[in-house]
Design a protein around this ligand. Structure first.
Ligand SMILES: [Zn+2]
Length: 515
């Protein structure tokens, strides 16, 4: 920890008071961890926000701005808002679903697909509303969502969740997910939740045109996200990459979530899964992938050279990743990959606290490479600047510097859980706890204040969520299909050997219609 407040950047121009009063002043912090380019840590620091952007950062020796609103951060560590780079929010409608909890992820999925086929706009809206509030309580200010289930006739699910984010004031990066391989074509999901390529691509373009905002400080940006290289056709991967290039939006998918993916890719494409990812045109800095647990070192080097991002999902990996599911986080960062954090749905982790994911990332880092390998500062870096890199917003989100967005969290390091932790507030933040946000601020506006959501109607929304959950979880009478031993969210089953045999071909082969 260092107090270098004498070097603090003040508002631009010769007169630091020219922009006073600021809209918001967060002051009295025990420590402000700016995560700016110099990683300044300011004891007794304060942060000012004007027009949704950070307008000044200062220390106790600097003139304090006049402010329209003041938030006290006494006893708090102040950090940039945490960035969630992988999620499936709708899954909170079937959280900890007993009928699936004892099985592998594959069994879990085939048990739940018939329930998810009941998803509609109301369910998408309330699940997003509740899920975004949950994220805000855990210190998240920017989140993605990967909504890849689009039942026939369900309506505009992505717009429904965007409307919840806009209403709450959360910074949102929804991805237009997709699945195009159903059971009849050798895929995993039932016909009712998959779509054809033309429908997927047309809806992707429509959503980008309606919602995507490329401007600095944007609150909504849309990305395109086939569920995985193995739950959609190679043609859709290629066409989606081409569409993303034309619309200038980002690309997201699951990759290397399980060692079995490579077995599957060898049978299907005659190459490894990362090679297939490259062959369909996704090896670029436009892409960020979820998990990336099993690339070999040569693949990590190639992914890093291309600038691909990775959403590290520690809780999910521990829940369902299986033996050896320790993502090579340090190696990916060394290779130049942009590594962020993800809570990965209310499915494989059943919780959505970015604080918990940061702590678990730290613990897994220590487990993989020893106690000195991953400290709280590195975990905080991944949770903030790493996430900004995944989303193509470096310098804009994930740091508290003048001109960056006014997204921050005040973490109370007080009470019995932090007693005695007085030597380093950042280490204490992750080594002690658990802790929720006292204040979560997005674009200068509180979404959590004094530990409670600022949005009205939480109880009413929870009641609507309960109604939707009960409807979706009601018995369907559907029986899960018998499945192979290998079972992953992103792996198409190999139950039909004819399909595998006929589809196998050179790496990157597209135009395979046998699927
Ligand atoms: Zn996922």
């Amino acid at each position: 920890m260092s107090d270098n407040s004498a070097d603090i950047a003040m508002p631009s121009g010769p007169d630091p008071t020219a922009h006073w009063p600021v809209d918001l002043l967060v002051t009295g912090a025990e420590l402000v961890a700016t995560m700016d380019d110099e990683r300044r840590e300011i004891a007794g620091g304060w942060v000012a926000v004007t027009d949704g952007l950070v307008s000044a950062v200062g220390g106790p020796g600097d003139p304090t701005p006049q402010a329209v609103k003041v938030l006290r951060a006494d006893g708090c560590l102040v950090t940039p808002g945490l960035v969630n780079t992988h999620h499936h929010i709708y899954q909170n409608l079937t959280r900890s679903y007993r009928a699936a909890n004892e099985g592998s992820l594959f069994t879990w999925l085939t048990t739940l697909y018939p329930q998810w086929a009941r998803l509609d706009e109301e369910a998408a809206y309330v699940s997003a509303w509740v899920g975004l509030v949950e994220l805000a309580l855990g210190g998240c200010t920017t989140t993605t969502d990967h909504l890849y289930v689009h039942p026939a006739g369900a309506g505009d699910l992505v717009s429904a969740e965007i409307e919840a984010a806009v209403e709450l004031g959360m910074r949102f990066h929804p991805t237009r997910g997709s699945m195009s391989l159903s059971q009849k074509d050798g895929g995993l999901p039932p016909d009712s939740v998959v779509q054809d390529d033309d429908t997927i691509l047309a809806d992707s373009q429509r959503l980008v045109q309606r919602w995507h905002d490329p401007s600095h400080g944007a609150m909504v940006r849309v990305a395109l996200a086939p569920c995985s290289p193995f739950s959609v056709t190679p043609e859709l991967m290629v066409k989606t990459a081409e569409l993303a290039e034309r619309l200038d939006v980002r690309l997201h998918t699951h990759l290397a979530e399980d060692a079995d993916e490579d077995t599957f890719a060898a049978e299907k494409f005659g190459c490894r899964t990362v090679e297939h990812f490259e062959a369909v045109g996704w090896m670029s800095d436009r892409s960020w992938v979820a998990h990336c647990i099993f690339p070999n070192q040569a693949e990590v080097t190639r992914l890093g050279a291309a600038g691909v991002g990775a959403a590290h999902c520690p809780s999910s990996n521990m829940m369902v990743g299986g033996a050896g599911a320790l993502a090579p986080v340090a190696e990916m960062r060394t290779a130049g990959m942009k590594v962020g954090l993800g809570c990965d749905g209310s499915a494989s982790s059943d919780a959505a606290s970015l604080w918990m994911e940061a702590r678990n990332a730290m613990l897994l880092g220590k487990l993989r490479h020893g106690p000195a390998a991953m400290g709280a500062r590195t975990a905080l870096e991944i949770a903030t600047r790493g996430g900004a890199g995944c989303l193509g917003r470096e310098g804009e989100i994930g740091e508290l510097s003048v001109g960056a967005v006014g997204d921050l969290v005040c973490w109370p390091l007080e009470g019995v859980r932090f007693a005695g932790a007085i030597s380093d507030p950042i280490d204490a933040w992750l080594r002690c706890g658990p802790v929720d946000a006292r204040h979560t601020v997005v674009a200068g506006r509180s979404v959590v204040e004094d530990g409670a959501p600022t949005a009205f109607g939480v109880d009413e929304m929870l009641a609507r969520h309960r109604t939707a959950s009960e409807r979706i979880q009601a018995p369907t009478g559907a029986q899960p299909l018998p499945l192979p031993e290998t079972s992953r969210e992103s792996v198409v089953p190999t139950t039909d050997s004819r399909v595998v045999r006929e589809s196998a071909g050179p790496c990157g082969q597209v135009g395979v219609r046998e699927w």
